[in-house]
Write a protein that binds this ligand. Sequence first.
Ligand SMILES: Nc1nc2c(ncn2[C@@H]2O[C@H](COP(=O)(O)OP(=O)(O)OP(=O)(O)O)[C@@H](O)[C@H]2O)c(=O)[nH]1
Ligand SMILES: [Zn+2]
Length: 352
Amino acid sequence: MTSDLNTPNLILLGWSQFFNGQLDLEEFETLTPVRLSEVRRRSIVVLTPDLERQEIALTGDHVATDMAVGDFALTDGERLIRVLDRKTVISRKAAGVSAQAQLIAANIDTLFITTSCNLDFNEARLERYLAIAIEAEATPVIVITKADKPEDMPGEVYADRAKALYDGAEVLLINAKSPDDIARLERYCGMGQTIALVGSSGVGKSTIARGLTGKDIEVGDIREDDAKGRHTTTSRSMHRMHAGGWLIDTPGMRELALHDASEGIATLFEDITDLATQCKFSDCQHQTEPGCAVRRAVENGELDPERLERWRKLMEEDARNSETIAEARERGRKFSKMVKTTMKTKKARRGE
Ligand SMILES: Nc1nc2c(ncn2[C@@H]2O[C@H](COP(=O)(O)OP(=O)(O)OP(=O)(O)O)[C@@H](O)[C@H]2O)c(=O)[nH]1
Ligand SMILES: [Zn+2]
């Protein structure tokens, strides 16, 4: 056995029974589990059970687009053998021509959804992140910062509004600059745990990250000298926290868009999903159809019409972002055809 699978170091990396169960006896005896901390174009940087950084070139069938920061993999000490199944995964629609999902981060246990006691607070935005967390199968925790200087209303009012969104998410009202308040986040950050932060610019993600890790985390590309003295560009993404766990921070994490989160949305809006099954028509749009259980609930005061509207927008956003390139082209074609037809009709009317 190259490394003892019960060493504290593996547990420290975030290894658990879930990953153990994916190895056969021979792999147990001959291979080394590692965790991906950087994904480059043609190589990956992994953390070994001794917490050493090791760069591994990608060869053969292994391509960077199939891998994410936070993944666990097996190596023979030099080469990558395979990436293990993920406990959770956060992905987004890739920019450009392919509609393939881009993997953002893997094996995140807890997603800190961050907002502040000010104008940034927005139910729809929080629900969007909640849907992403639920879809990824990570535990969502809503963190509301700037409790020390709430605007317009007391911090507790913001917290109550956040609590009303989803029973499955704890809500923490904090001053991100206070070590005592940061300590309240640490029960999600212990040995073996992996977390990530999402939220708008300026809500305090960097402040929280600094509190949890004790260092300034730069997101994005960092130029550094490699062992041979050449300049290389890397983005370090896995950061060890004081409490023993890992914080994953990548540029992609900060630009998350909603896509393919229909299951997450269904769970988050379980009440509406349930009501919709009682509508007379199975394809009911809950607009003007007779026998619509959703609209009846609004009329009876059982369903907040604003919540219904937010659900609609989220469903639309998800559908738009999940559409494939072929579908987008088709939509474009239909649109230009419609424009041409309209032009023709207008010309005909004008007698041209
Ligand atoms: N008073 C107070 N200030 C805070 C709190 N959280 C963050 N700040 C301040 O708000 C500003 C923005 O915080 P950052 O941590 O840089 O926010 P960010 O989310 O990392 O922003 P980006 O890097 O743009 O994504 C900084 O000046 C922080 O010191 C808080 O809870 N209370
Ligand atoms: Zn309906």
